[in-house]
Write a protein that binds this ligand. Structure first.
Ligand SMILES: [Zn+2]
Length: 275
């Protein structure tokens, strides 16, 4: 079994390498656009971080699972990392500026004016959706992480930076380090791993099976997010100011917190236009 998994993993890595080659070719064609896109989505650095994790950890990215409590009926989870000592659920944010937030506040602020839902409240909902997929014995093993890019400065409750906490805020470049440190602390506390390789595989399969890949459902979820996304910023529309194409909540937040866009929202295609 383990051999087979290793084989799968190897295969996956080979596919990744192929993808990387494809990116290289593409980047030769349109270097700037590819680079900018990766930066915008903020996922490139996260992928590097996830690849640095020990080989017996497993992770899943971009999960869409049913969540009756969510407005759209679904929760989208950026990353889940399965370790022998806990299940890390990671929400990524791509804002630029100073992040102000406390653990007793439902709303946080970027640069003192852009409002965002407390990401740990949001991620709590994600964890609830994932918990529902698992046996009770796994329910207390979740750790909530929110990752911001280095374009941010944290002015948040210091508890969120403490490794003892089960709600941890990190910069993308320190994601794997914080997971590693958290696991080290748990290892000292527990001696025996809390999850065996079999447990990890079971959990991985549960999440993987629950993941909705149907693109029409994903599109529905995206639109539902756009229509009721962050009521706090409702006065700001969610469409590209050049082509009127609707943009995701993440793209909107990226634009609104990025000085170069001067408070306007642009779709991917219109973010690179010289202005
Ligand atoms: Zn546009």
């Amino acid at each position: 079994m383990l051999l087979f998994l290793n084989f799968l993993k190897k295969k996956k890595n080979e596919e990744k390498a192929k993808e990387a080659d494809a990116t290289t070719i593409e980047s030769k064609r349109d270097n700037k656009q590819v680079a900018t896109r990766k930066g915008e989505i903020g996922e490139y650095k996260i992928d590097i971080q996830l690849d640095q994790l020990p080989k017996d950890y497993r992770y899943l990215s971009d999960l869409l699972v049913k969540n009756p409590k969510a407005k759209s009926g679904y929760s989208q989870i950026d990353h889940v990392v399965l370790t022998p000592y806990g299940i890390f659920v990671i929400e990524t944010k791509n804002y630029q500026g100073t992040i102000y937030g406390g653990n007793d506040q439902k709303t946080w602020l970027v640069n003192g004016k852009f409002k965002m839902m407390n990401p740990f409240v949001q991620n709590y909902g994600h964890i609830k959706a994932l918990t529902a997929l698992l046996d009770k014995k796994y329910h207390d093993l979740f750790i909530s992480m929110v990752s911001f890019t280095k374009r941010c400065t944290f002015k948040v409750d210091l508890d969120y930076r403490k490794i003892a906490s089960n709600e941890i805020i990190v910069y993308d470049i320190e994601l794997s380090e914080f997971i590693f440190r958290k696991v080290s602390v748990l290892r000292i506390q527990h001696k025996e791993p809390l999850l065996t390789n079999v447990d990890i595989t079971t959990i991985y399969n549960s999440f993987s099976n629950a993941n909705i890949t149907d693109s029409s459902v994903r599109e529905y979820h995206r639109r539902a997010l756009n229509t009721n996304s962050s009521k706090e910023n409702a006065n700001l529309s969610s469409i590209c100011s050049i082509c009127n194409k609707p943009v995701s909540d993440k793209v909107k937040a990226y634009c609104l917190t990025n000085k170069k866009f001067k408070g306007k929202i642009y779709c991917y295609d219109h973010q690179n236009i010289k202005r």
